[in-house]
Design a protein around this ligand. Structure first.
Ligand code: FAD
Length: 116
């Protein structure tokens, strides 16, 4: 683990980026406006172009082309993003995340209240 005041490596960058993306998805509206949908699509489609890890960006671009973002509502987007993250988990040999738990992880927190 690199010190927190050092430039990010691929892992720290990845964790930070997933945190942003899953949180943005968790708060994406039930009824997004056309502008909100378009902005989210732009954000996601920009990752293969500018994400500062070349091979990550390239593979994510391929995955995105095969699985276009579902921005019809927040629930669909969170589910879609969970699947994309699981695709990366699979590639890296990490455990797959249970996508039924995305809201608990990124919005509501666990039922025991320890994150409140
Ligand atoms: P992370 O995978 O960063 O996950 C952070 C937290 O998210 C976990 O602790 C868990 O609570 C939660 N979580 C895990 N899976 C899911 C899910 N499916 N849905 C919702 N929440 C979940 N690294 C590489 O080495 N090679 C790559 O090609 C690569 N490509 C990447 C592509 C993108 C678009 C991004 C954003 C990151 C990529 N990374 C890549 C980084 C990699 O995904 C991890 O972020 C990094 O390895 C750190 O892993 P971690 O175990 O800390 O947890």
């Amino acid at each position: 683990e690199i010190p927190p005041d050092c430039p990010p490596d691929v892992e720290v960058l990845g964790r930070s980026t997933w945190t942003f993306l899953h949180t943005a998805a968790a708060y994406f509206p039930d009824k997004p406006t056309p502008a909100q949908r378009a902005s989210m699509i732009s954000l996601l489609r920009s990752l293969p172009v500018i994400y500062p890890c070349g091979w990550c960006a390239q593979d994510f671009g391929k995955d995105l082309a095969q699985n276009p973002p579902d921005v019809s509502n927040g629930k669909k987007l969170s589910e879609w993003l969970c699947q994309r993250h699981n695709q990366v988990n699979k590639k890296l040999g990490k455990p797959l995340f249970d996508c039924l738990k995305v809201d608990e992880r990124w919005k509501d927190g666990p039922a025991d209240g320890r994150c409140d």
